[in-house]
Design a binder for this molecule. Structure first.
Ligand code: ADP
Ligand code: LRH
Length: 480
């Protein structure tokens, strides 16, 4: 039978890539057409995404990809561009690490208490949820002039096709969606005076999203028509779709700039206990809920590596493996690590303030970060099972962090469960598979996962024992 080709545009916070997936009845092959850095830019008004640069990267990538049967786009969540009445972009999209949302949530809660917001939207508190960004932007000249809000993948889709929509999995990160109805949370929007008319109509993974505009075909040298297909446009939704699990008793950790650790459920968990534990209910494919916690992730290491002048990561990880384990740990879920800058110092300070040995060398700081991440993975996997009443016997690790064998092994040790790591480009694979499915090539989510299990390179890490040491470290952290 024929093999079809799909271009997956996957924009992460640290890099963008255009991958080509070739899908047959029993084959799935992914190659990289183009990768480009995603570098936030600080201008006088704050931290911004270089969205035109990213769009240029997408066009270069589509040209490099060549003839494909369809294109799909996913990116990081929550951020958006505003369009004026002419459909022109109003300024550069604000980066979710920008400081404009500091202290905003508390003001929102004065109108809709945090408990009610959680019961209605199921989203964990993160200062950058779109809801808080919109509250922070209230009264600004830009928002006043805006006629349309497009989330980042929807904005790029609009530029490629001229068609506007709001893809559901990413919309679920705005805190304006009710995870039970999988539709807008009208009551919350009304109480906070947020105009849902700013959003284009919802579309679902697999829906058609237009065809590449003639100008895009010309610029990329592609022959039309090239359809664009809506995918799980939240990168984490695409990544979870590509977790090569069999059955239901699995946890996943999507590791990249963030670690997103949790479970796939068929209904949201909206209890007060779940809110207190800061778990989120984002929407996944086919009626699933991504019940997970955001953990700072490899951002902590990226920022240190940047501060150290970009030393070789492989060599640094080898040195970190030789540093004694669990000497000091920090809370890798702490929003105090959200903003860029001074990361080695901030980590050292967190260790000092909690009365632990202060890591000094890059190898020691790296070890502290990896131990802390593994510990946060353990907590999330444990808490999610307890809060959702859903037990697991394996942890799947996908994303860029699968390249970090030390992190995978430490995660297995900390969780006391086997870790199956891979695929690395999970978001791109989930993106490709949803396109393939829309065109009738693969079956349901379980069928997609079986295909991944048969075709992708996976590595298994067995826990090496010593879970009590991790328990003790967790208890130590809880005391401060
Ligand atoms: P995002 O999609 O959020 O931009 P990725 O999934 O691409 O992130 O993961 C990026 C992370 O992967 C980097 O921060 C780095 O820590 C890790 N990584 C990438 N390459 C390697 C490597 N060769 N060895 C170890 N870790 C790596
Ligand atoms: C990961 C991610 C994550 C969000 C964050 C803003 O790339 O999409 O799921 O919470 O970026």
């Amino acid at each position: 039978a024929a093999v079809k080709s799909y271009a997956a545009v996957d924009l992460g916070a640290s890099s963008g890539r255009v991958m080509v997936g070739r899908v047959g009845p029993d084959s799935l092959e992914l190659t990289e057409a183009h990768r480009f850095p995603n570098r936030p830019v600080r201008v006088p008004e704050g931290l911004r995404w270089d969205v035109l640069g990213l769009y240029a990267g997408v066009l270069d990538g589509l040209e490099a990809a060549g003839a494909v049967d369809s294109v799909g786009i996913d990116s990081w969540a929550v951020d958006y561009g505003l369009l004026d009445a002419d459909g022109a972009l109003l300024g550069n999209p604000v980066h979710y690490r920008d400081s404009r949302t500091e202290g905003v949530a508390e003001k929102v809660w004065a109108t809709v208490p945090a408990e009610e917001l959680y019961a209605a939207t199921g989203l964990q508190h993160a200062p950058f949820n779109t809801l808080y960004q919109l509250a922070a932007a209230r009264g600004s000249a830009q928002l006043d002039r805006a006629e349309r809000l497009l989330l980042i993948p929807d904005l790029l889709t609009y530029w490629l096709t001229g068609e506007q929509g709001t893809e559901l999995t990413n919309a679920s990160t705005t805190q304006l969606i009710d995870p039970r109805t999988r539709d807008w949370a009208h009551g919350v929007a009304r109480r906070l005076d947020i105009d849902l008319g700013l959003f284009a109509p919802l579309r679902h993974p697999g829906d058609p999203a237009g065809v590449l505009r003639p100008e895009v075909l010309e610029e990329t040298g592609l022959a039309g028509p090239v359809p664009v297909t809506a995918v799980g446009s939240h990168d984490t939704a695409s990544a979870v779709a590509a977790v090569p699990a069999g059955g239901e008793r699995f946890a996943y950790i999507c590791t990249g700039t963030w670690s997103l650790a949790g479970l796939e459920l068929d209904a949201p968990v909206l209890t007060e206990e779940s809110r207190a534990a800061n778990f989120t209910n984002e929407l996944g494919l086919d009626g699933t809920v991504r019940y997970l916690r955001n953990i700072m992730g490899l951002w902590l290491l990226q920022e240190c590596v940047r501060a150290w002048g970009e030393p070789d990561l492989g060599a640094l990880l080898l040195q970190a493996a030789k540093v004694p384990a669990l000497r000091s740990v920090v809370d890798a879920g702490d929003a105090a690590f959200l903003a860029p800058g001074r990361m080695p110092e901030r980590i050292a300070e967190a260790c000092r303030d909690s009365g632990q040995p202060v890591p000094a060398t890059p190898a020691e700081i790296t070890r502290c970060i990896l131990d802390s991440l593994a510990l946060a993975h353990r907590r999330a996997v444990e808490d999610a099972q307890r809060l959702a009443g859903h037990a697991v016997d394996v942890v799947h690790v996908v994303g860029g962090g699968t390249r970090n064998a030390l992190l995978c092994q430490l995660t297995a040790d900390a969780c006391g469960l086997p870790v199956v790591s891979g695929p690395t480009e999970a978001a791109a694979l989930g993106n490709v598979l949803v396109q393939a499915r829309a065109h009738g090539l693969v079956g349901d989510l379980a069928g997609m996962r079986r295909l991944l299990t048969r075709t992708q390179l996976l590595t298994r890490y067995e826990p090496r024992g010593g879970t009590q040491r991790w328990q003790a470290a967790q208890a130590r952290l809880a005391r401060y």
